[in-house]
Design a protein around this ligand. Structure first.
Ligand SMILES: Cc1cc2nc3c(=O)[nH]c(=O)nc-3n(C[C@H](O)[C@H](O)[C@H](O)COP(=O)(O)OP(=O)(O)OC[C@H]3O[C@@H](n4cnc5c(N)ncnc54)[C@H](O)[C@@H]3O)c2cc1C
Ligand code: FES
Length: 274
């Protein structure tokens, strides 16, 4: 095993700009060295926050050399990371993971909360490939929605945006899975791309089977190495590594992953039910 190759070229980068996306989430923009410029939407970087931790972050902005990650503070590492200012430095390795396949004709993108992060570059790439796209941006409340103004600015010519909130504070009132049924009453899509809370994605997986269409879902699991060495992110019972075979899995593969939608594991390997 060539560990150095697996680990990816490590680089130190400097925050060039920060963007407040909503009340909590911030995008950190930085320049990624050319050696790290192979990218598929859905891939992630391992971000090293000096003295704290190294954590996986989806690439939410891809305009090389300018790259961005959108960080939601939920614990120590994400809180310190999201508070970095222009000029401060951190480490990156990657991009890692499988990413989304762009093979489709009409795409419905469904992002729940911070799950919109890897779907933003996907929306741009699908649009560039001339594929019709509807992006459903969902969150518990309007305060947690991401990129709405930016993506609404692209509407037209086969690109549409819908918004849904659980409490009805913006867009459709209801959980994303109910809203999707409404959307399908007026339109048809051959592929659902999704990232967000796993119970939501599990329901969308069932829905895709009911409709006989394809789904690609991006999973989140605790990661240590991010590149296939430690086994921390292995899924039951297939043993798929989320950091290598994932984080994006197709519906066919999800059929075999019994823990999907049911449980994940903490840093010590203990099962935690969703
Ligand atoms: C492939 C991949 C891509 C990711 N992309 C992003 C991204 O683009 N933006 C982003 O903000 N995060 C993303 N994450 C999640 C991020 O890596 C974790 O939130 C982070 O590692 C938590 O570290 P911490 O030290 O801040 O929190 P910890 O101390 O590890 O956890 C603090 C508490 O928060 C809980 N927690 C951990 N993760 C989450 C979560 N995602 N949502 C809610 N509660 C959580 C833990 O169970 C714990 O109770 C991604 C994860 C993966 C696997
Ligand atoms: S995080 Fe180490 S193998 Fe996936």
């Amino acid at each position: 095993m060539d560990i150095e190759k697996l680990m990816g070229t490590p680089a130190t980068v400097q925050v060039s700009k920060t963007i407040s996306e909503n009340k909590k989430a911030r995008t950190l923009v930085f320049e990624l060295p050319e050696a790290n410029h192979q990218f598929k939407p859905g891939q992630f970087l391992m971000c090293w926050i000096p003295g704290i931790d190294e954590i996986p972050m989806s690439i939410s902005l891809w305009n090389p050399p300018e790259v961005g990650v959108t960080v939601l503070p939920v614990g120590e590492a994400t809180s310190v990371f999201s508070a970095l200012s222009t000029g401060q430095r951190f480490g990156v390795r990657g991009p890692f993971g499988s990413g989304f396949s762009l093979e489709c004709e009409r795409a419905l993108i469904i992002g729940g909360g911070i799950g919109m992060a890897p779907l933003r570059p996907l929306a741009y790439q699908l649009r560039e490939h001339g594929i019709d796209v509807t992006a459903l941006i969902a969150a518990k409340t309007k305060n947690e929605l991401l990129y709405v103004d930016e993506l609404e600015g692209l509407v037209g010519d086969g690109f549409d945006v819908q918004v849904a909130t659980d409490d009805g504070s913006a867009g459709f009132k209801g959980i994303a899975t109910d809203v999707v049924r409404e959307i399908f009453q007026n339109a048809r899509y051959d592929t659902i791309y999704t990232c967000g809370p796993e119970p939501m994605m599990a329901k969308l997986h069932m829905f895709s089977k009911e409709m006989g269409i394809t789904i690609q879902a991006s999973l989140e699991r605790f990661m240590k190495c991010g590149c296939g060495i430690c086994g921390t992110c292995a899924l039951d019972p297939t043993g798929d590594l989320v950091c290598v075979e994932g984080p994006v899995f197709t519906g066919n593969r999800l059929n075999a992953i019994e823990e999907f939608g049911k449980y994940h594991r903490d840093s010590t390997g203990v099962k935690i039910r969703f």
